[in-house]
Design a protein around this ligand. Structure first.
Ligand code: X8Z
Ligand code: ZN
Length: 583
């Protein structure tokens, strides 16, 4: 797997697919023996029963037909290859991969047409090319999970949260935070209108999806230069990092030092020796950042095509959070070497990054100079955090709404893209800049779809990381407002977090949650508390705006900016003209 992901060749693909089938055989055999030899469900010791449960739930390895499992693995690797090989050639003549080229372009360019070209072409070279593979994949993976006793893939994924009320809980959280997202959306829309002109925006209230500085409109922090309300030193420290000649290595060292300052584990030798922290030249790699556990208690690696930016510095902490979790539970039985739930795993590094991002901390590590403690600086900072954390929520929510409905069969292949845009328009309040059709497959332009990584975990993470942050800040004796808290060097905070990470998945996540925050539930209140001053400020700023929110349905893309639409109109024009001339 590692070899394929860091050197994508036909040879490595073959090896990976064959190995996956071998591993599946072993998992299947373990599960068979466990079931055959033990009437484990009747055992009294819940710790043992839990181990059996995990040994016997083996994911896609349950597929009975081995040739189909082989095909499933092959299809997945092909989709990944399409995604990682995606290259866009622009009308200017230059060609770019997603990282770093297109990512930088989207983050920095404010040229409407260029942004649109990048947005459209990325979808042409990725999603569109894998549409047929994806529908085949859905059939195969559903069969695998059905063989494993689940009704479909979505049911298998949801089972990781061990809760009957999971979907409802998620929806409740989403509804609770909706008003905050709407305020942010209205504020951003007004600013973008003043930059690009009102005529570029549909009257339905949606914002064209290519204007957010991000390929998927999922996090909007790259827009900070347009949006930062008060003229102060920017809280984006990218320029300072560049000035100080930061490297990928330096960024990982900064993160490692933060973990150690909390008394947590430092990255082991193998991590520094074997990680891929820069994009290599001369071979195709999968650039999307990830953290790897080789399950031998020694070898842990990160793979990241690190760019020297603040956003990547945060991602470095995110990835190191995964490694820290791996290290903490490495001595647990192998079936418990996992997160309390998938959202916990995503939250660890982000929790630390909440402290790292504060101006107070950035000053401590010499990346900000003139930090002033006043209301205006506070708003600047909180807005930058909201562009990351609040903007993300509907995207984090809808990715798996789409997949759950695909896996259940509610959305057939003939409606893949239509359903995708229904959700994007409804929840994010964004719209496609040009006409889309079922020839397109826009979900496939986002890494986690071809890579088959479930996504609701990030939504969960973006909620619970604020709960964790609040609990750790209390342990660190931080008394100020939540958004100003920096847990740097607090051994108490580090211990509280470590004790929970060490559990791995040996206990239901509610137990882990209770241990850290004192309650067993996911809760949006700490997010609200963190952003309270910003919410009040946004409401005030938006008080003249009568059109907060957007219609449920997608609008027609604005004419003049719809290549397909205008091509069609053009054709109709020509036909009308010819008809008039002929008759
Ligand atoms: O995929 C990731 C991490 C790796 S687990 C970089 N994230 C999601 C994304 O990029 O879409 C982190 C935030 C959301
Ligand atoms: Zn992650």
């Amino acid at each position: 797997m590692w070899n394929f992901n860091t050197n994508i060749t036909e040879h490595n693909r073959q090896i990976m697919v064959n190995k996956s089938v071998e591993v599946a055989q072993i998992e299947k055999e373990w599960a068979r023996r466990a079931n055959a030899r033990f009437d484990w469900e009747k055992l009294k010791d819940s710790y043992i029963v839990r181990q059996f449960k995990k040994i016997t739930h083996i994911g896609i390895a349950a597929m009975k037909d081995e040739s189909k499992l082989q095909r499933l693995n092959h299809v997945m690797s092909e989709m990944e290859e399409i995604y990682s090989g995606g290259k866009v050639c622009l009308s200017t003549g230059d060609c770019h991969a997603l990282e770093p080229g297109l990512t930088r372009l989207l983050a920095t360019s404010r040229d409407y047409d260029l942004l649109q070209e990048v947005w459209v072409k990325w979808r042409e070279v990725t999603g569109k090319k894998m549409k047929n593979l994806y529908s085949e994949f859905v059939e195969l993976i559903n069969e695998a999970h059905r063989d494993g006793g689940y009704s479909d893939t979505a049911a298998a994924w949801k089972s990781k949260y061990e809760s009957e009320t999971f979907e409802q809980d998620i929806e409740d959280l989403f509804i609770q935070l909706g008003p905050l997202y709407k305020q942010l959306h209205a504020f951003v829309r007004r600013k973008l209108m003043s930059v690009y002109g009102k005529d570029k925006f549909p009257t339905s209230g949606h914002i064209p999806a290519h204007l957010f500085g991000n390929m998927w409109s999922q996090q909007w922090n790259s827009l900070l230069d347009l949006l930062q309300p008060y003229d102060k030193e920017s809280v984006d420290v990218t320029p300072a990092m560049k000035e100080q000649n930061y490297t990928a290595l330096k960024m990982f060292q900064v993160s490692d030092e933060f973990f150690q300052s909390l008394g947590m584990l430092k990255m082991p030798k193998a991590f520094w020796e074997h990680s891929m922290i820069e994009k290599p030249k001369g071979r195709q790699v999968q650039c999307h950042a990830s953290a790897w556990n080789f399950y031998n208690k020694k070898d842990f690696r990160v793979k990241q095509c690190t760019d020297v930016t603040m956003s990547d510095l945060i991602t470095v902490h995110h990835e190191m959070g995964h490694i820290e979790y791996y290290l903490m539970y490495k001595d647990k039985p192998i079936v418990f070497q996992n997160g309390a739930n998938p959202g916990f795993h995503e939250a660890v590094g982000d929790v630390l990054a909440l402290s790292v991002s504060t101006p107070k901390h950035l000053q401590k590590i010499n990346l900000l100079k003139n930090v002033v403690d006043d209301k205006e600086s506070d708003i600047n900072f909180m807005l930058s955090m909201a562009l990351d954390k609040i903007a993300f929520l509907p995207f984090g929510y809808l990715m798996d709404q789409w997949r759950w409905s695909v896996f259940s069969g509610e959305t057939p292949p003939s409606q893949y893209n239509e359903k995708w845009w229904q959700l994007r328009c409804k929840y994010q309040g964004i719209s496609p800049p040009v006409m889309r059709s079922e020839d397109d497959f826009d979900p496939g332009a986002k890494y986690h779809i071809p890579a088959n990584t479930p996504y609701i975990r990030y939504f969960v993470s973006f909620i619970i990381q604020f709960q964790f942050h609040k609990a750790l800040c209390k342990a660190a004796n931080q008394t100020g407002p939540l958004h100003t808290c920096d847990i740097y060097r607090s051994k108490e905070a580090g211990k509280l977090l470590s004790d929970v990470l060490k559990l791995g998945s040996s206990k239901p996540w509610e137990y882990a949650m209770e241990k850290i925050v004192g309650s067993r539930k996911m809760d949006a209140a700490p997010v609200m508390e963190y952003f309270k001053p910003l919410i009040d400020w946004l409401v005030e700023q938006n008080s003249q705006d009568e059109s907060i929110g957007w219609e449920d349905e997608c609008p027609m893309p604005p004419t003049g900016h719809s290549t397909q639409l205008s091509a069609r109109f053009c054709l109709i024009g020509i036909l009308t003209f010819l008809t008039m001339v002929i008759f």
